[in-house]
Design a binder for this molecule. Structure first.
Ligand SMILES: Nc1nc2c(ncn2[C@@H]2O[C@H](COP(=O)(O)OP(=O)(O)OP(=O)(O)O)[C@@H](O)[C@H]2O)c(=O)[nH]1
Ligand SMILES: [Mg+2]
Length: 451
């Protein structure tokens, strides 16, 4: 029998109410010890009761208590939630009483862990709950709720079901070759099924890659020579005077960071010290840092000055950024053109300025294009969202390719069957049909207390 756990489910701070959640066999019994007004042991399930929490006759708080009996609860165990007044002292006092009467303080994520272990939710749904709590944008919230709702699980279960049917047919063929009314599984049939599965896995994988962007945002670097307008661009994108802007080359000495919600995607932008050769030690360190930061970012906005010719330093920076999604932004297009665009025509080049309200529109449009925002917008947000799920799905794709090779080499059906089973199992791992204790520890340690 599991012990009874308790935790504060709302964030600890000053607020109108706090919820103390108790889950386990003794949840109702424990609540009854400290709750006056009615006896909770006989109340119907899923009911709310008004009363007081008391400690040896002294009133601690005026509360509402929800009683939810097993099995139709989040953890499938008995759950009592005490809605007390917010504020640290009251919340802690009520929790302390609950613990004094026999509950144990829940570990981070332990309620959700119980929901998982008791079969109430799948691993993928548990991961979705974690994402939901941590969503910072509307798009991130949407993919998380789809996981919690089990949409992705349904999708993968469908794939598994189809594979299982195929496996069953193969088995019958192997075990009862003499039966005439049994469907004979040909390599052609396996090929067709594998092809279909591959397309679905491939699509899910492609879409899921967007989920990282939606969940975590995009690390964006603004880089370029001094005085080209990098800090002005940062300020415009953030709509805030974050960085100092002057006409003195070398104004920015250290990296400056800011985050903006760009049409539903978080851009984590870093403005850097202008890159040039210098003997001045502090500036030199800043310049090196700017260059090093290229590797750490996903999107590079490389800024040139429309009023200057393209220098060797510019070309050097362009070469260094080649492996990244890079936009060359020619700033100050209100001034006379001196840049020779022909030199850089094979890159993503847009121009504009930071003086007018529409001056950065071309840049924004290009950013949208490079991060596939239109595609993200159109999608139904049924994504796999974490690295574990995505890397497993990539493994599935590899095995599918192996099977295809086997089919082309006319490999025996019973050999192919082994690989098909592996895929079926891997898909199961993605939705958490089987998981290791380490994986659970890792996942739930990231949760907040009381969830
Ligand atoms: N004409 C014109 N001037 C601009 C534009 N954008 C920025 N400036 C000016 O260019 C100068 C340098 O701007 P900053 O944003 O400080 O340039 P920076 O690239 O951050 O410079 P460092 O920090 O020194 O590397 C300032 O005087 C800005 O007002 C533009 O689009 N047109
Ligand atoms: Mg600057």
């Amino acid at each position: 029998m599991e012990d009874t756990i308790a935790g504060v489910s709302t964030s600890l701070g000053v607020g109108a109410i706090s919820i103390i959640r108790i889950s386990g066999d003794k949840a109702i019994e424990i609540a009854n010890e400290i709750f006056s007004s009615i006896n909770l042991s006989n109340v119907p399930t899923h009911t709310i009761h008004y009363g007081h929490i008391h400690d040896k006759g002294k009133v601690i708080d005026e509360v509402l208590v929800s009683v939810m009996r097993s099995p139709k609860t989040f953890t499938t165990e008995n759950i009592v939630e005490i809605n007390c007044h917010g504020g640290i002292a009251t919340t802690n006092k009520v929790l302390e009483l609950v613990l004094n009467y026999g509950a144990r303080l829940a570990a981070p994520g332990e309620f959700t862990k119980r929901a998982l272990l008791n079969g109430r939710i799948s691993l993928i749904e548990a991961e979705g709950i974690f994402d939901l709590i941590n969503s910072k944008t509307e798009k991130a919230r949407k993919i998380a709720i789809n996981q919690v709702d089990g949409n992705v699980t349904k999708l993968i279960n469908k794939l598994r079901k189809e594979l299982l049917e195929l496996l069953a047919n193969i088995e019958v063929n192997i075990d009862y070759p003499e039966y005439e009314d049994v469907l004979v599984v040909t390599n052609q049939m396996i090929y067709k099924r594998m092809e279909k599965t591959k397309i679905q896995v491939h699509n899910l994988l492609k879409e899921s890659e967007n989920s990282k962007i939606i969940k975590e945002g995009i690390k964006t670097l603004i880089i370029g020579r001094p005085n080209v307008g990098k800090s002005s661009i940062l300020n415009k994108l953030l709509d805030e005077e974050k960085a100092i802007v002057t006409n003195i080359a070398g104004t920015t000495r250290d990296a400056i960071e800011g985050t903006v919600n760009f049409e539903g995607i978080l851009l984590h932008i870093t403005d850097t010290a202008g890159v040039r050769k210098t003997d001045y030690i502090i500036e030199k360190i800043g310049v090196q840092k700017s260059i090093d930061l290229i590797d750490e970012n996903d999107l590079i906005i490389l800024v040139l000055n429309n009023n200057e010719i393209i220098s060797d330093e510019d070309i050097d920076l362009i070469k260094r950024s080649e492996k990244k999604k890079t936009i060359i932004f020619i700033n100050k297009n209100d001034l006379e053109k001196k840049t020779d665009i022909d030199l850089i025509k094979e890159y993503n080049v847009v121009e504009g300025n930071t003086l007018t309200t529409d001056g950065l529109n071309s840049l924004k449009k290009k950013i949208k294009e490079l991060i596939n925002l239109d595609q993200i917008e159109k999608s139904d947000f049924n994504y796999l969202t974490n690295a574990r799920q995505i890397s497993k799905l990539k493994e599935v794709l590899k095995v599918l390719v192996d099977i295809e090779k086997g089919l082309n080499n006319n490999e025996k059906v019973d050999m192919l069957e082994i690989d098909i089973k592996i895929i079926w199992e891997m898909l199961g791992e993605i939705i958490g049909e089987n998981y290791s204790e380490e994986l659970l520890d890792e996942l739930f340690s990231q949760f907040c207390l009381g969830k």
